[in-house]
Design a protein around this ligand. Sequence first.
Ligand code: PLP
Length: 475
Amino acid sequence: EDTIDLRTWAHRAADWTADYRDGLDALPVRPRVVPGSIAAEIAAAPPEAAEPMEAIFADFDRVIAPGMTHWQHPRFFAYFPGNAAPAAVVAEMLVAGMSAQCMLWQTSPAATELETRVLDWLRQALDLPATFQGVIHDTASSATLAAVLTMRERALGFTGNATGLAGGPRLRIYASGEVHSSIDKAVRIAGIGEDNLVRVPTAGPTRGMDPTGLEAAIAADRAAGHKPAGIIACVGGTSVGALDDVTAIAAIANREGLHLHVDAAWAGAAMICPEFRPLWEGVAAADSVVMNPHKWLGAPFDCSTYFVRAPGDLVRTLAIHPEYLKTYGRDGMVNYSEWSIQLGRRFRALKLWFLIRAHGLEGLRAMIRDHVAWSRDLAARLGAEPDFEIVTEPMLSLFTFRHLSAADGAADAHNLALVEAINDDGRTYLTQTRVDGRIAIRLQVGSFQTTAADLDIAFEAITEIARRLDSATTV
Ligand code: PLP
């Protein structure tokens, strides 16, 4: 029996959400909680008797909300953004209410047909050719796994699913050291093995894969009796935004008959702006591309879009037809579960539809352009300070820097301590990375709530805390 009044509580939840979003600016971006303190507040055993919603909601407000890291905060400059535009949040609320399962056309006809349409909207917005078709995955990790499985099956003449990999030649996948760990994981899960993920050396300021090195690696593998299966290029690597030369790599992939997958999980969103498209020049010749609208574009987590040039290979790799999934009489309709790892699928197209309509492409472009411009400004300001160095220049809205301590110079320990101190302070939130073996601090501007004034606050927080930390350690 339904004991709660959905209308009352849905209104409460909507009010709470609006108040939460309005109040973010005053909160520390990362909560000041110690590990285990929240679990200690939560009952260790489930209740036997029903509890009043009032009590549950009050505990949410008291225990859970203050223990969250605020991804919608205007000064969230860590990792990559995880924007949730209000219009798309409303769509998610509607989706939660319907809670439809969108595995087959017939289990959710409107969700399927909307997914086809909005993915084609996005394809047009990114200026990908009409030969590409899209599907929504939960995350880029899943989309990249689908790509690696497709590479594997293509290389094996679509026999790997049936007979496994035992006894065959080593399958080889090529990528630079700048790609995200989801590529390593996909190669693992696909049974290819991380030892067969060949790291192609990078060169130049963009830290792109060296095409000559790629060709040499493929030739050496063929000579050794291995089986090259595919190449993964990155457009906007996670650490510092590395960029592979997609045109040069696509030419090699084409010549060698290899599947080329492009990971533009973060930077792909910027390709709605024509001026940034040279960064992935050549993408039209790739076989697949992943871009996460749940990062920079404003679709609430989770929403990853996967575009493929030949859906036939993908479907041949992933489709499976037990009797209970057969759809007699509707065989011509697209069933997106055949395009993805999971069977059950959330209705994720609605938030993209709301998002794109509520902002228009021009509105989304304006946000991305502001972020890129503000990131450049902040990098220039920090770089002009005598005790800071810019380690990697802004790639779109991401750059890295170090503080030069009076005692130790740009020491790793000092910069790690600085990231921790900045995050404890709470005015902003940053993360660290390693560049050529040494710690650097990453800063990306990408929150929809950010204004130019937030960059001033971040500049003050970073410089003030760095100098305070430095004087504390040198005294
Ligand atoms: N690719 C890149 C370049 C990323 O930066 C990330 C995550 O930050 C991923 C892939 C993985 O994304 P997801 O969390 O959607 O699996």
